[in-house]
Design a protein around this ligand. Structure first.
Ligand code: PDD
Length: 266
């Protein structure tokens, strides 16, 4: 149905408590990119917050496939949200609360202008909760950090851990390049393990570039030869400056992006 006609009950627990998880998947050349990885992460998120859902991987695949067929866009972005369901507003979950499944389908926004322009970022203290590996819809800290970036005239914000190392941006993972080596913070509760991040690591290694997952300090980010953000929708966006300090924009981010497209999107 048209998006503006779709409604959710006021007492959906996703609306009341952010008691819900989500995924964003996209197509390249009309084919869903890394769907198995996205659905595996969705199931991990659901398990992590103990939502017992009735869907199999195959059922979700066929629902998503049908949605993109019916929408008829050249390239499609699908947002899936599963909440714990609808119940009288109380933090306790009543027996028989059935998960609510919502899917919205849009054309993929064009990432090229931002990829070409590059991002300016600010850094902000990471004031999110301690399970950022769950793709939860509780994104208030991300919204406020993004607003702070806009207020400062920047593109995005990067969350900095208490020890001065970087975690991730408000809806993207971060890589730096130093002496020809890619570095990105390791998987764990401080970041959402991006599907794009995983594919970028594969693409870099295939292109013969060493890549390591380790903590990266803010000073290393600012002193990097290059750095970039990556996500399903942004793809690979070079970072031009951090807190107003210019950082290098060399050729490697573009080379990795080309390799990524060659391997997974063509
Ligand atoms: N967000 N980190 C955070 C906090 C994110 O919200 C996202 C993606 C990523 C990158 O994950 P992936 O490569 O799997 O897209 C990292 C989606 C795109 C969103 O919220 O719209």
């Amino acid at each position: 149905m048209p998006l503006e006609q779709a409604t959710v009950p006021v007492e959906d627990r996703g609306y009341q408590f952010a008691d819900a998880v989500y995924e964003v998947v996209r197509t390249y050349r009309g084919r869903l990119f890394a769907l198995d990885e996205h659905l595996a992460r969705l199931f991990r998120s659901l398990d992590a917050i103990q939502i017992q859902h009735p869907y199999t991987v195959d059922q979700l695949k066929s629902l998503i496939g049908e949605a993109i067929q019916r929408a008829g866009f050249a390239e499609t972005m699908v947002y899936i949200q599963i909440s714990r369901g609808v119940a009288k507003r109380h933090r306790g979950v009543p027996a028989g609360c059935e998960p609510m499944f919502v899917m919205t389908v849009r054309a993929v926004p064009d990432s090229r202008p931002l990829r070409e322009r590059g991002a300016t970022v600010i850094t902000v203290p990471d004031n999110r909760w301690s399970r950022c590996d769950i793709k939860s819809v509780a994104l208030l800290a991300n919204v406020l950090a993004y607003q702070a970036a806009k207020h400062a005239g920047a593109t995005d914000a990067i969350f900095i851990a208490d020890d001065g190392t970087i975690n991730e941006a408000t809806a993207a993972n971060v890589f730096i390049i130093r002496n020809g080596e890619l570095l990105t913070p390791p998987e764990g509760p401080k970041i959402l393990s991006g599907i794009t991040r995983g594919k970028i690591l594969e693409a870099a290694r295939a292109a013969g570039l060493p890549a390591a997952e380790r903590r990266v300090t803010k000073a290393e980010l600012i002193g990097a030869d290059e750095a970039f953000l990556c996500s399903t929708t942004a793809e690979v966006v070079p970072i031009r400056s951090v807190d107003g300090q210019k950082i290098g924009t060399g050729p490697l981010a573009a080379r990795i992006y080309d390799q990524f497209i060659r391997m997974f999107a063509s």
